[in-house]
Write a protein that binds this ligand. Structure first.
Ligand code: FAD
Length: 692
């Protein structure tokens, strides 16, 4: 590191929970100089979040480690609903699929947060020298707002304090008579106050640790959880409410005669509260157990006395809800308690220099298995944008789309959790006249509808500089809209009717296609790796038709011309596909076409590695895995095809005619940065390679 760069970093990530790790993971792929710190001395080893939704698995797959999660996790396939009959006795009223069939190639799985953090740490280490620095926290911060718009400035100064091991280790509270040593999660629960200040004070007293350093940063991302220090520093707060509903969590190996213990279950008892069963890996089962308000576990107003919550109290509640079935355990892996509340922040960033993500901007109850997923998806949205600005491929305006896209998701999440948790915690209606009770038919309906939201696949980003759809631009939350010099603004219009199954603003759906060169089937999403590249997917149609082939050849020539948008936005230090990658999927018979039939841009040549054989695919029958029917499923005309622009995070920006080069150009002009030294190198093999 040159002396002038010492003590400087492009991005400082505060907190290494799921949101912080996803952020660091993106930056590890984009070559951004990053530090990530966490006040805790270790990662977590058990407990906390465990549910992973379909979309989260797709994202992990795009980084290359979903298979580790898929293999180790417990797969949740069915939900069983148990309700009281008119006499108040529990019976199984319904069985519904856990994940809506055919919405993704992944279904919901459960695996504890500690393992998920492990996979992230391995992935970050594989691609970079970024390491989580533990026992480190920010003590003071200073932000020179006058430099906020200066790309080269480091406007944020942060003083970091290093803790001793003892300081960085959270204290565990009491164990129960039922179990020996076990971990509890109360130190991270919303029943605990924030301990950052205590840690700082302890550290100041401790001569041996307590060293400090000053760091200058271009960007700071606060992923420091519900009690976020970064949020407080910005002077932002969360708005929302806390309920009286208190729930306990037990991670146990249950011993029970309840028959559905290996199914996800939602159980409403007649008058003892509700319980949710989440079967986990290694024979573990997580029980979410309502601690009924009538038990008055030390409630003072709405603040609960956490010392009154222990595994025995939680188990007692579970036994009453499950009656007449029996439940006990010998092994408890982890437990906690929490009070249901929903809160969301108005501001996700300060001048698009200091950002907040994850629990730092939205908190809610854990039962719907959303917090970790939405938190990771926040930084999945933000990471590539910050990377692109730092690397000089995008203008800073793009950073405004973080708040405009994610705040609405956070608000939807809060609304969803508000409805869902009240339905879960309410007493079941005795009959149709019982207006205060919760109708079990409505509960089932809410569960089924909620499954689409909960999968993470319903995310539909609004019109902006990076989503060329009709309608008005998304609100920033402060009344301003994300237009600026936007593609949408300059008239980069889409034609959604050319691909009815590829929705603008939503993630690119996946169907199987075959590689033209080696006949291997791939899910299209597998080709859309998270490496920071935009993609133009050319659904080339029937290229055996000479007219159609002429369109594709003309398009290929435009892509390859020295003035093309691909060359204009790609620095000459990068390969031709380093910023915008062009993929082709044609619909002719695989056996009648070969790779060299398509223009060079679809198979660019590198002097050291030869031609790229991965970019040309075909919608055809495979030998062993059937026909993906991609064109049919995407709603694309087999003859004429279409073109689709996909963002680096797999969301769809634009859909248009296959050869509408001008509109693609207009779209990219709205968000990418012209390079001082654009890419002018050849993309095809020189004749002399073959001795010519
Ligand atoms: P956190 O995971 O809270 O991480 C914040 C990190 O920042 C921590 O490591 C902390 O040590 C560090 N930190 C805090 N302050 C500072 C500071 N000042 N300086 C440096 N570092 C700091 N979500 C799901 O999606 N699915 C589930 O099934 C699920 N189940 C849950 C079950 C329980 C019992 C609980 C309590 C939560 C559950 N959640 C679930 C929610 C999920 O745990 C959170 O939403 C998720 O962990 C949020 O991620 P995050 O990275 O934003 O914050």
């Amino acid at each position: 590191t040159p002396a002038s760069e010492k003590g400087k970093v492009d991005c400082l990530v505060v907190g290494s929970g799921p949101a912080g790790l996803m952020m660091a993971n993106w930056l590890s792929r984009l070559g951004v100089k990053t530090r990530i710190i966490d006040k805790r001395g270790t990662k977590i080893f058990n407990g906390q979040a465990d549910g992973l939704q379909s979309r989260t698995l797709e994202i992990m797959d795009s980084f290359g480690f979903a298979h580790r999660v898929w293999r180790e996790s417990n797969h949740m396939l069915e939900i069983n609903l148990w309700n009281p009959d008119p006499q108040g006795n529990l019976f199984r009223s319904d069985k519904i699929p856990d994940t809506i069939p055919n919405i993704s190639r992944f279904q919901q799985v459960v695996l504890h947060q500690g393992r998920i953090e492990r996979f992230f740490l391995d992935s970050i280490a594989e691609y970079s020298d970024i390491r989580v620095e533990r026992g480190v926290l920010p003590e003071t911060m200073d932000f020179d707002e006058s430099k906020a718009e200066d790309n080269d400035a480091y406007p944020i100064k942060v003083q970091l304090r290093h803790l001793s091991e003892e300081e960085a280790t959270p204290k565990q509270s009491a164990t129960s008579a039922n179990g020996a040593a076990m971990q509890d999660g109360l130190f991270r629960s919303n029943l605990s106050g924030d301990d950052s200040e205590d840690l700082l004070n302890m550290s100041r007293l401790n001569d041996k640790a307590g060293s400090t350093e000053t760091l200058e940063a271009k960007y700071v991302v606060g992923c420091d959880g519900a009690h976020s220090w970064v949020r407080s520093w910005c002077g932002f707060s969360l708005r929302g409410e806390q309920t009286d509903y208190v729930w306990g969590v037990l991670d146990i190996i249950p011993i029970t005669d309840f028959p559905d213990i290996r199914m996800r279950c939602a159980i409403h008892s007649a008058s003892s509260g509700s319980l949710m069963i989440i079967p986990r890996e290694n024979k573990l089962v997580r029980l979410y157990i309502q601690l009924t308000t009538t038990e008055k576990i030390g409630s003072e107003g709405t603040r609960i006395d956490r010392s009154k919550i222990n595994p025995d109290v939680i188990l007692g509640s579970a036994q009453r809800i499950l009656h007449p079935y029996k439940l006990t355990y010998r092994y408890c892996d982890w437990w906690t308690g929490y009070q249901i509340g929903q809160r969301v922040g108005d501001d996700f960033s300060l001048r698009e220099r200091i950002f907040l993500a994850g629990d730092a901007v939205h908190t809610h109850s854990p039962k719907a298995g959303q917090g970790m997923n939405v938190s990771m998806q926040d930084t999945y949205n933000l990471g590539w944008k910050i990377g692109a600005v730092i690397n000089g491929t995008c203008d800073r305006t793009i950073l405004k789309t973080y708040q405009s896209e994610r705040r609405r998701i956070a608000q939807n999440l809060i609304d969803f959790d508000h409805r869902f948790s009240r339905m879960f915690s309410g007493r079941p209606a005795k009959d149709v006249m019982d207006e205060e009770g919760i109708s079990m038919a409505e509960f089932k309906d809410a569960f089924e509808k909620g499954n689409m939201f909960a999968s993470g696949l319903a995310v539909d980003y609004g019109k902006s500089m990076i989503v060329a759809k009709e309608g008005s631009a998304e609100d920033q939350g402060d009344g301003t809209e994300v237009m600026g010099s936007s593609g949408a603004d300059q008239g980069a219009h889409s034609n959604q009717s050319l691909a009815t199954g590829i929705k603008l603003g939503m993630r690119m759906p996946s169907f199987k296609v075959l590689n033209q060169s080696d006949a291997r089937p791939w899910h299209l999403q597998e080709l859309l790796k998270s490496n920071g590249r935009w993609r133009v997917i050319v659904f080339a149609g029937n290229i055996l038709n000479p007219n159609q082939m002429r369109r594709i050849e003309h398009l290929g020539a435009q892509f390859n011309s020295l003035e093309s948008f691909i060359r204009r936005y790609t620095p000459d230090s990068q390969p031709i596909d380093g910023v915008i990658e062009v993929l082709a999927i044609h619909s002719s018979s695989r056996k009648s076409v070969d790779v060299f039939a398509l223009p060079a841009i679809f198979r660019p040549f590198s002097p050291t590695e030869g031609w790229d054989y991965a970019k040309i695919c075909v919608d055809d029958e495979s030998y062993h895995e059937g026909h993906g029917e991609a064109y049919k499923n995407y709603g694309i005309d087999h003859e004429k095809g279409c073109a689709v622009i996909v963002r680096p995070d797999q969301y769809v920006s634009w859909v248009g005619e296959v050869d509408d080069y001008a509109m693609m150009d207009r779209f990219f002009a709205g968000c990418l940065q012209k390079q001082k030294k654009p890419h002018i190198g050849s993309i095809d093999a020189p004749e002399r390679m073959f001795g010519g």
